[in-house]
Design a protein around this ligand. Structure first.
Ligand SMILES: NC(=O)c1ccc[n+]([C@@H]2O[C@H](COP(=O)([O-])OP(=O)(O)OC[C@H]3O[C@@H](n4cnc5c(N)ncnc54)[C@H](OP(=O)(O)O)[C@@H]3O)[C@@H](O)[C@H]2O)c1
Length: 389
């Protein structure tokens, strides 16, 4: 199936034009690195506090790192909600739809978001499989990092958002280190104000939900690699959730002179439509045997050993997954609303477009199917859950 940009309200972009590139002295548009401040893990209150019906299973409380506030709210928020939950690590079959999970309390620096759409990332199934147990939140877990929705309650210290605001973001500051126990695959999620941004105008909730973790990863990795206007970059895994955005950001935000990317045969045209100047079919060619060398190699596949062979001397290899070979470096995404806000103009103008996998969006009832599909490793763009619930 051929993937298409779903952004009907966003004008079509000619990726061959360099007129989109920020001109000096603004070029390249440098986006600040996300803050490395430790996250404050939001946890659920006792289900009893949320007024659940007796006998229903809810995500239990653990010690809260910040007191829940009685947030000013004119919106009626129920005590319990539907959410996907797992209480043991394992494959997709551990996911259960629970209709009586306690709606999370809202800390002073948080807002409560009524979830309109969410998206899956490989970290969701790796976490569910128990790969990050040492630093994970306690079970049971409501998974999901990416959210787009509407603010229905604000904490007492919140300044940027009000009830009714449409927002999007990645709900845990550090996805591997103390992520939230109550994620976005639920009707409501409590999120720190600093992790959210206004939903880009012209994007619907499904489109916005597919962006946060992937675009923050693409942007952060390219920035950390020191990509500047006029440099060349090779994106390994160009058709995936992160790679499809890395190609577009490299071209449209960072002003790369040459963007090359890899994918399998059916996705070569897609790479070009995303802005790749050179599309390498990995089923036919080994990129590491080609003569071209790049200033930056962005590895979203786990090919660090091959990646270092095609970087120019003094260049950078940013590795998202798999082993890091010397001269390459690992990048791990951090959530930050202000970075999303800086990217919003590119999303609102259509210079950078969300790419939703054509098998979706998946309705809330089909989260298990959506996970199973993402886990094939063949997704094109983002696997989005919409509508929620
Ligand atoms: N460190 C971090 O902070 C961070 C953040 C985000 C993601 N990640 C990691 O980065 C990886 C990519 O994430 P994602 O969200 O982009 O995953 P994804 O959307 O599931 O990636 C799927 C894509 O990978 C492509 N692919 C698979 N094998 C390939 C190969 N050998 N060469 C080229 N393309 C290949 C597939 O294209 P074909 O069907 O054509 O093969 C498919 O389109 C995951 O391992 C994820 O956990 C790390």
């Amino acid at each position: 199936m051929q993937a298409t940009f779903l952004s009907s309200s966003i004008p079509a972009t000619s990726y061959s034009s360099s007129s989109f590139l920020p001109q000096p002295p603004q070029a390249p548009a440098r986006l600040p690195l996300p803050s490395s401040a430790p996250t404050r893990v939001a946890v659920a209150r006792r289900a009893a506090e949320a007024g659940r019906r007796p006998g229903r299973r809810c995500v239990p409380a653990s010690a809260s790192s910040s007191p829940a506030t009685t947030a000013a709210s004119a919106t009626e928020v129920p005590g319990t909600m539907k959410a996907w939950v797992y209480d043991t690590y394992g494959d997709a079959s551990v996911l259960k739809l629970d209709e009586a999970v306690a709606v999370p309390p809202v800390a002073d620096d948080q807002v409560l978001v009524k979830v309109a759409a969410a998206a899956l990332n490989p970290v969701d199934f790796k976490r569910r499989a128990g790969k990050f147990q040492a630093t994970d939140s306690p079970l049971p877990t409501v998974p999901g990092y990416d959210v787009a929705g509407v603010v229905v309650k604000v904490g007492s210290e919140v300044k940027s958002f009000r009830e009714g605001d449409e927002v999007y973001g990645m709900i845990s500051e550090k996805p591997l280190d103390g992520p939230k126990q109550l994620g976005s695959l639920a009707e409501y999620v409590a999120v720190e104000e600093k992790l959210l941004a206004p939903k880009p105008k012209g994007l619907d909730f499904a489109q916005a939900a597919g962006l946060p973790l992937a675009i923050l990863t693409a942007n952060g990795g390219l920035e950390k690699a020191g990509l500047f206007a006029g440099m060349s970059v090779l994106v390994l895994g160009g058709a995936g959730g992160v790679g499809s955005l890395a190609i577009q950001l490299a071209k449209q935000v960072y002003g790369a002179s040459t963007v090359a990317a890899t994918a399998s045969t059916n996705k070569i045209e897609l790479l070009k439509s995303l802005g790749a100047d050179v599309a390498i079919d990995y089923t036919k060619e080994n990129f590491e045997e080609l003569p071209e060398k790049y200033d930056v190699v962005f590895d979203a596949v786990g090919q660090g050993e091959k990646a270092v062979k095609v970087v120019k001397e003094g260049g950078s290899v940013v590795v998202l997954t798999g082993a890091v070979t010397a001269s390459g470096f690992r990048f791990v995404v951090t959530s930050n609303g202000s970075t999303l806000e800086k990217l919003n103009p590119y999303l609102e103008s259509g210079k950078v477009k969300p790419l939703i996998d054509p098998t979706g969006p998946y309705p809330f009832s089909q989260v298990v199917e959506a996970f199973s599909y993402l886990e094939t490793g063949r997704a094109t763009g983002k696997v989005v859950i919409s509508p929620v619930p």
